[in-house]
Ligand binder design. Sequence first.
Ligand code: PLP
Length: 412
Amino acid sequence: TGWWDHVGPAPKDPILGVTEAFLADPNPEKINLGVGAYRDDEGKPLVLQCVRNAESMISGTEFLESLSSSVSLRLVEESAKLAYGEDSDAIKEQRYAGVLALSGTGACRLFAEFQRRFYPKSHIFLSSPTWSNHHNIWRDAQVPERKFRYYDPDSKGLQFATLIDDIKHVFIEKGMFSCMQNAPDRSFFLLHPCAHNPTGVDPSEEQWREISYQLKKKNHFPFFDMAYQGFASGCLDEDAKAIHIFLDDGHLVGCAQSYAKNMGLYGHRVGCLSVLCADAKQAAAIKSQLQQIARAMYGSPPVHGLLLVSTILTDSKLKRLWKTEIKDMAKRITGMRVVLREKLEKLGSAHNWQHITDQVGMFCFSGLAPEHVDQLAKEFHIYMTHDGRISIAGITSNNVDYVANAIHEVTR
Ligand code: PLP
């Protein structure tokens, strides 16, 4: 037999599969509501002005070697400030281990590897549902996953009481049966601090306080995957509020940050992983461990994107411009939510579409069934993931009528 005869194709990624189907459709009216990338009101990818300005400032930089350590230290610190707050004690006391990572995915993968290495018997608790790649990331790091219930299909909002129950006990599904067990203390919980993917459902401030309290009581470790900071409220600080609540409660937390969405730097793969520690000495030790894991996985991250981000974060004018641009992106998305809901209501839809405007961030968990999703693709050339997740960023002033009408037709 040949070397690779036993290797079959990997299962299709649910998100990349949507893009494939979209690209294969020859209809010029086709609309892609599948990918979680921002689009402007013409449906085009947006290069932020702050990025263009930073690009011209760094042009001519010699990229032959890795970034100087002062630049990466500064970038890690600026990232930590975005997550933990400008005046955070953890930063003042240097109680955080931070490393640059290959965007949000790479930061999660690095943490998963770190978790397995130092807590080899631990689990990762993921919300049900969550970003599909979370399953792959922790599986590949050989960390077993458990889930906590999160989304309520009836209200299309948060299943809060059940979520709290699942922090106290573990929910285990076995085929048609399910049971509760006592959750082992010191488990890892992955939380989306804002703009939950795929549901667009975020806990309220009060609910975050309760989640924080319950996790603390059980000695669990909260790991925040922050891929959309700014997209929920339009404000970076506001979107990090959940993390600040946990800090106030005395948690040590971890955080994966991505600049893919909020700086529109998808392809540059700029991100940061940070882990809060008891003191500066522990932080130095943990940082060296994270660096060692990264070194064996991919060496060091590419420098061009890092330099762009550090230029924006360390130049007060550019940073201000960035914040305005985030606000504008978030505003466009919120506006499109309102218009889509209004159009559906005006068409006389018998369904309640309030969740379109209740949910936040890039995505709307529409409640469309897989049959609806198939019919939208086949008859209307509108593409989205099978779970009915709509990327609101794909909706524009020009196509919102068409989208509303199509949704109305398939749900009549
Ligand atoms: N985490 C969540 C919840 C996401 O939705 C995404 C992207 O879709 C990521 C992390 C990683 O994004 P990236 O690796 O492009 O920064």
